[in-house]
Ligand binder design. Structure first.
Ligand SMILES: [Zn+2]
Length: 435
């Protein structure tokens, strides 16, 4: 993790040396047009399914697709996607670049959307909507790495993995489990839900062995696409090497003294007890297992296997990883990277991940203590905590400390949030909103 720590430090100083226009969220017209287009496309897609299948299979396929399409539209309405023209123009240009390559029949009908999720990940929906997370801009060094991920997802699309996986679930007749899943998604709509399309993602990512084979197939086909569309001096594997370094917990550190600095207020003295870390033995490990297993790319053991397979199949990829990031500060990608970093707190908060959002908020305020924007943002975010605590929904927005957590700074931080009572949260919020 040392490399990525250095990397983040380098970039945070670059970030504050220039002010970028915040991401434009007044995108009502664009969203409306897009929703109309998608509704038409979904109708055509469902129509094709109805013609191709019959009986129970057809009914269940249509059920799943209609449910996830609704969920998808709802996510657009909820502003889960970025429609700022700096991003939309950029991805439109990437789309054009890939579509204009010769000999890639079938690659004329995909559309890239940028989601506000901070995790460096991407997802291909049945029908060819490719969602790339803003976290890819934040985490990656350059466009070539982003292009690797896009080509990999297009590999899935070309091989019809999303459609086939949904079909195999339905033919296996485990629809009871699916229905239970649908109910649980409906219940847990609010709060920590990083899955833009939770049901589909659940279906697509839940199969171990088959999924690994599909990953490797998408890697190989993706590489062939990348060779045409990517820059000649770049390495397709760089993105995978970088993703191995990803940690879903922000790589920052906040000391005990830092809390004293920020939370010893005129109306409320700092309390040592706030930093008391709870006794892990109180927790029931099994209860958290499911949550943990869903976590992050970092724990994907298959990344190593994927790298090895690609090196085996394509000897030109069998070169040592150059750990010095290839960063071009004059590129459009770099501008979007800065923008993605600037929006990181807002995106966490909007995604219901208050803990991570406030963690980064605190760190940035410590780095630039006179930044009034960060102060009022902290006040605003503590107001959200206050509301959540008042409504008994705190656990939906702030993670529990779990026995497997290793990051001492993050454990202390989460404990701090959990240890504060309603009145204390309110005083902190008011202080930072007024100062
Ligand atoms: Zn994949």
């Amino acid at each position: 993790m040392k490399n990525s720590l250095l990397f983040i430090v380098l970039f945070s100083s670059a970030l504050f040396s220039q002010q970028l226009k915040p991401i434009d969220t007044s995108d009502f017209i664009q969203r409306k047009i897009l929703i109309e287009n998608f509704k038409n496309e979904f109708e055509n897609f469902n129509h094709k399914i109805s013609k191709e299948y019959s009986g129970r299979i057809k009914r269940e396929l249509i059920d799943i697709y209609e449910f996830s399409q609704e969920e998808f539209i709802h996510n657009i309405e909820k502003k889960e996607f970025v429609f700022d023209t700096r991003f939309t123009d950029y991805v439109a240009e990437l789309e054009r670049k890939i579509k204009s390559q010769p000999n890639n029949s079938g690659l004329s009908d995909f559309k890239i959307l940028v989601s506000k999720s901070n995790n460096p990940n991407a997802f291909c929906m049945p029908g060819g909507i490719l969602v790339i997370n803003i976290g890819l801009f934040r985490f990656f060094d350059n466009e070539a790495q982003l292009l690797s991920v896009i080509c990999h997802e297009l590999g899935h699309k070309q091989l019809k993995h999303p459609e086939n996986t949904v079909l195999s679930k339905v033919t296996l007749n485990n629809s009871d489990a699916l229905k239970a899943r649908v109910r649980s998604i409906e219940k847990s709509k609010a709060g920590q839900n990083d899955e833009a399309f939770s049901l589909l993602k659940h279906i697509l990512y839940s199969e171990g062995g088959k999924r690994r084979m599909e990953e490797q197939a998408a890697d190989s086909l993706g590489y062939l696409l990348y060779k045409k569309a990517g820059p000649t001096n770049s390495n397709y594997l760089d993105a995978l090497y970088r993703l191995k370094e990803f940690d879903s917990i922000p790589s920052i550190s906040i000391s005990k003294e830092d809390y004293q600095t920020l939370f010893d207020l005129p109306d409320q003295k700092f309390k040592e007890d706030w930093l008391q870390v709870e006794d892990f033995s109180k927790y029931n490990y099994d209860f958290y297992k499911e949550k943990i297993s869903k976590d992050s790319l970092k724990t994907h053991p298959e990344i190593d296997a994927r790298i090895l397979k690609l090196k085996n199949d394509f000897s030109e990829l069998d070169v040592a990883f150059d750990s010095v990031p290839k960063i071009d500060t004059t590129s459009s990608f770099y501008q979007l990277k800065l923008l993605a970093k600037q929006e990181v707190i807002t995106n966490y908060i909007e995604k219901g991940e208050y803990g991570k959002g406030i963690y980064v908020n605190i760190k940035r305020l410590l780095e630039t203590p006179k930044n009034n924007y960060l102060k009022s943002q902290l006040g605003q975010n503590f107001l959200l905590l206050y509301e959540a605590k008042k409504q008994y929904t705190f656990n939906k927005f702030v993670e529990y400390v779990t026995p497997e957590m290793e990051d001492e700074s993050y454990i202390r931080f989460l404990s701090f949030l959990w240890n504060l009572n309603l009145a204390e949260i309110k005083i902190i919020s008011e202080y930072y909103l007024q100062n």
